[in-house]
Design a protein around this ligand. Structure first.
Ligand SMILES: Nc1ncnc2c1ncn2[C@@H]1O[C@H](COP(=O)(O)OP(=O)(O)OP(=O)(O)O)[C@@H](O)[C@H]1O
Ligand SMILES: [Mg+2]
Length: 406
């Protein structure tokens, strides 16, 4: 029997904007996200070096904040000196017109701030990081510190909609009439409010938003080499959503066949590979994927499939998850796929985007063309202007849809 996958539980409401400031080429950028009642598609494209991966990473950093791993994630990227916007604090119109050389004070430590924010229909969040305060007793002068965090109700920030605020080591709940009540003291500058104040009774908004962000799924170029996790078996347990490395693909496919929309899944496989269908050999604890193809006397296992075929099957297994995440992020899913597979891939993505929010970074014009007219698609064609990522044609009103809390 085939069942429809459940619609993603949008506990924090659909996301409407992503805002980033001071991170790599994202000097100051607010982007609208494709949002419709149950899903929406955000399609990010642009020339090499325009900032697509930086945006993908920025989303990943918000995920790291929710897991309590933001400072470690920034350290893994080379620390603040590497990730701070390397241009001047302000870019004048004369600089943009080329009438004045690019100059300024990129190195003012105390002024350097990296800010990330996400606006949702019901809850929004922003975080600000900077260098630690001058401390002559410590050698860790380049450590990033979480300076401030905010959670507020609704999309655009207004002081009256503030629910929870973190200033330095103190997290407080903002009550009626401006009264606030501390809910965590002595919070480490490396710890976000998501881990410092996650009690569901004391801070339900923090708990709810954290749970939503933790369930975002990121899929970035699945490995398909001979030693790729997807090619070797793994002890199978029920797997409603595929792991980021695809190592549990056979279990994820078996889960789709048992409790997901198996008919549509098999139709999507046949759409890409005519006459083919998938089964899973479950006779041993290490489940084996089997692709049945016309003309062969036996099905082929994951270890025998071509790179492109395996990658497509991994994408299909991720997109047919019986438990869709509230946000599904695909970084350059078309890599190493033959152009013939791009139209079926676009159909797959568009169908999922009717049920949950999907963010796709894409290069292939054929994929972009096939997706841009799908319902609820927001196409973001990024460019670079004096080193900074920009979204050309954005109006003042569109930019004003996001305001950083002060
Ligand atoms: N600290 C920084 N300050 C300013 N710019 C930076 C900083 N770190 C990296 N960049 C720039 O960010 C730009 C965008 O990089 P990104 O990897 O996001 O590009 P992309 O759009 O994903 O390109 P590709 O299509 O090649 O993958 C690069 O050109 C890089 O020079
Ligand atoms: Mg990139």
């Amino acid at each position: 029997m085939s069942r429809q996958p459940t619609t993603a539980s949008a506990t924090a409401g659909s996301l409407t904007h992503l805002a980033v400031a001071g991170y790599r080429s994202l000097q100051q950028l607010t982007l609208p996200l494709g949002a419709q009642p149950h899903g929406g598609l955000t399609l990010v494209c642009g020339a090499n070096g325009c900032g697509k991966s930086n945006l993908y990473r920025a989303l990943g950093l918000i995920g790291a904040a929710a897991r309590g791993e933001l400072v470690a994630a920034l350290a893994a990227e080379g620390g603040l000196p590497a990730v701070f916007w390397a241009g001047p604090e302000r870019t004048s119109s004369a600089m943009r017109r080329g009438e004045q050389p690019v100059q300024g004070s990129s190195g003012r430590r105390e002024a350097a701030r990296l800010r990330l924010g996400i606006a949702g229909e019901t809850l929004s969040y922003a975080i600000e990081l900077g260098y630690r305060a001058e401390d002559h007793t410590s050698a860790f002068v380049l450590d990033p510190e979480i300076k401030r965090e905010w959670i507020w109700a609704g999309g655009p920030f207004h002081p009256r909609s503030l629910l929870v605020q973190r200033t330095g080591a103190v997290v407080e709940r903002c009550g009626e009439g401006g009264r606030s009540q501390p809910i965590a003291l002595e919070v480490s500058p490396h710890e976000s409010l998501f881990t410092a104040a996650s009690d569901p009774l004391e801070a339900p908004e923090v708990f709810q938003l954290r749970r939503t962000i933790l369930s975002w799924r990121f899929y970035d170029s699945f490995r398909t080499d001979r030693q790729a996790p997807a090619r070797s078996g793994r002890i199978a347990t029920r797997t409603p959503s595929l792991a980021a490395d695809g190592g549990d693909m056979a279990a994820a496919v078996q889960t789709i066949l048992e409790i997901g929309d198996s008919d549509a899944f098999q139709a999507a496989i046949a759409d890409a590979f005519p006459g083919c269908h998938l089964t899973v050999d479950t006779s041993a604890p290490l489940f084996q994927l089997q692709l049945h193809q016309p003309g062969l006397l036996r099905p082929l296992e994951a270890s025998e499939l071509s790179d492109g075929t395996l990658r497509y099957l991994l994408l299909a297994a991720a997109l047919f998850s019986p438990r869709l995440p509230p946000l599904l992020v695909l970084n350059e899913p078309e890599n190493s796929l033959h152009p013939d597979l791009l139209a079926p891939l676009a159909r797959l993505i568009a169908a999922v985007a009717e049920r949950t929010q999907v963010w796709v970074v894409a290069h292939a014009e054929a994929l972009i063309t096939a997706l841009e007219d799908s319902p609820g698609c927001t196409l973001l064609r990024l460019e670079r202007e004096l080193g900074a990522t920009v979204l050309p044609g954005q109006t003042v009103l569109e930019r004003a849809a996001w305001r950083w809390p002060a």
